[in-house]
Design a protein around this ligand. Structure first.
Ligand code: PGA
Length: 253
């Protein structure tokens, strides 16, 4: 059997109450019951993490950010250890919505180092704000990847995933990248990762796609593109639609 695909549900700052978070979680679990080939990582806001858990081996918890220091006087921040204590296994870092709030490569790199050294999974988000005919956007992307991974040691990169999320495709109702474009960008990102870590280590790093993924288009991003998963925002807030999406991935093998 082929290796598993991973689907990340990024709830962002939703829903508005614990009651709604619990019901979205249980409905989602119900609608994806029986999955065996897909790994599902649900990434709710921090505050809901202690209240959500699943017995299924295929479903785990993720978070949408973390701070890089171990402990101490960092008001408002949350450490890797604290997340680990709540059974979080994967952490999204450098999402474009966080970068828009001022997060930079140096900080992102420190966060990734903290995650990998604690043996959790880091999902590094990268993506250009817009495209141009001359391919300048590829330079932007390359710089983003290199800055975000500066000083990250190759030893634990098997726990690193790069999520390619072009900013112009994020929002749930945008026109996403097509299949051919997904394949091309996969090859480009692999090449950049090989430049950084060498081909052998780069081959261990998963690359996934995010940006207006839904149940209708999901297979375009993972079938024959090299990508091993998707990061889903809007569609993950509708448990019925999300259940359909997961079913497509399961059948798509
Ligand atoms: P979207 O969001 O699926 O709503 O486009 C994806 C993301 O921002 O991770």
């Amino acid at each position: 059997m082929k290796s598993k695909y991973t689907v990340y549900a990024n709830w962002k700052m939703n829903p508005a109450s614990l009651k709604d978070a619990k019901s979205l979680f249980s409905e989602t679990i119900k609608n994806v019951k029986g999955i065996s080939k897909t790994s599902l990582v649900i990434c709710p806001p921090f505050i809901y993490l202690p209240n959500l858990s699943s017995k299924s081996k295929s479903i785990s918890l993720g978070s949408q950010d973390v701070f890089y220091e171990k402990e101490g006087p960092y008001t408002g921040e949350i450490s890797v250890k604290q997340l680990k204590d709540l059974s979080v296994q994967s952490i999204i870092i450098g999402h474009s919505e966080r970068r828009a709030l001022g997060e930079k490569g140096g900080e992102i790199s420190l966060k990734i180092q903290a995650i990998l050294s604690s043996n959790l999974k880091a999902v590094l988000c990268v993506g250009e704000p817009s495209r141009d005919e001359n391919g300048e956007y590829l330079k932007t992307l390359e710089k983003q990847i290199k800055d975000s991974l500066e000083n990250v040691q190759g030893r634990k990169v098997a726990n690193l995933t790069v999520a390619y999320e072009p900013v112009w495709a994020i929002g749930g109702d945008k026109r996403p990248l097509d299949k051919e474009g997904t394949r091309e960008i996969y090859i480009f990102i692999k090449k950049v990762l090989s430049d950084i870590f060498g081909a052998v280590k780069a081959s261990k790093i998963n690359i996934i796609y995010g940006g207006s993924v839904n149940s209708k288009n999901v297979l375009d991003f993972i079938k024959e593109t090299g990508m091993t998963g998707v990061l889903v925002g809007s569609s993950s807030l509708d448990s019925k639609e999300f259940g359909e999406l997961i079913k497509k991935v399961e059948k798509g093998f």
